[in-house]
Design a protein around this ligand. Sequence first.
Ligand SMILES: [Zn+2]
Length: 295
Amino acid sequence: MRDGGTGSAPDGVPAVTLPGVVDRHVHLGLVDRALLADGPVTEVHDLGWDPPEVAAWAADPPSGVRVRYAGPFHTAPGGYPTGRPWAPDAAVRHVATPREAAAAVADVVAAGGFAVKVALHAGMALLPDDVLRALVDGAHAGGLLVLVHAEGDGQAQRAIDAGADTLVHVPWTEALPDAVIARAAHMTWISTFAIHDGPGRPIGLERALDNARRFVAAGGRLVYGTDMGNGPTPVGVNEREIELLGRLLEGEALRRAVLGPPSAPALEAPLPLPETATDLITWLRASRRLPHSPK
Ligand SMILES: [Zn+2]
């Protein structure tokens, strides 16, 4: 924490205006999304759901919230998250061949998704390299990002080497070699640290923080995302996620990781510009939405 604390801001400190919070990893189908209305979170990215259902939520979102979505999980037949109780069948797209990969990507484009979500989860059926590559190449040809859930030995490296743009969780199941992290330095990694924070799983959190620290040092872009809906996550700002990001980032880097671009709906609070995670949490608690002109 910094000297002085934000609570003691002197009278007369001009209010600071900043863009709203962007949560780059949520599952709106698993939360009471109405709770997001007119809060500090002004944009969410849904990373796995039935495409028509999530498209309808994006068309009629909680007040003041922009919803972007990927659509379904792309996975091998029988691969993660097939059969998980939280995952409707329509949220999982099984892809067995490169030809099926091309068709699946076309369906994401048609459904209005911004990205192709791919699951590589060791211990269940895995996409082979040629199908993974077809998903990546097809997505990029169609102007879409490729966002990968990589879990278990070697899967983050497969995603990196296949040309994925984003890892939707900072890798937590293994310590990545520095050489692999160096090859990932052009990517975006979404934090989701707080989901590893429960009892019995601290090793996952420590691994994730260590991987992320080296990723940031290599020049990688680490951003805020909570996996909202995975367990008892808050519907709104996840302060624990910001605290954990604050172990790695501060100042402009922290603000850019958590908050949207300048075009995002604005928040205002009568406090100085937040520099640390503690500052930022205090600032967000004190913030109010400013009216904004429609896009
Ligand atoms: Zn998720």
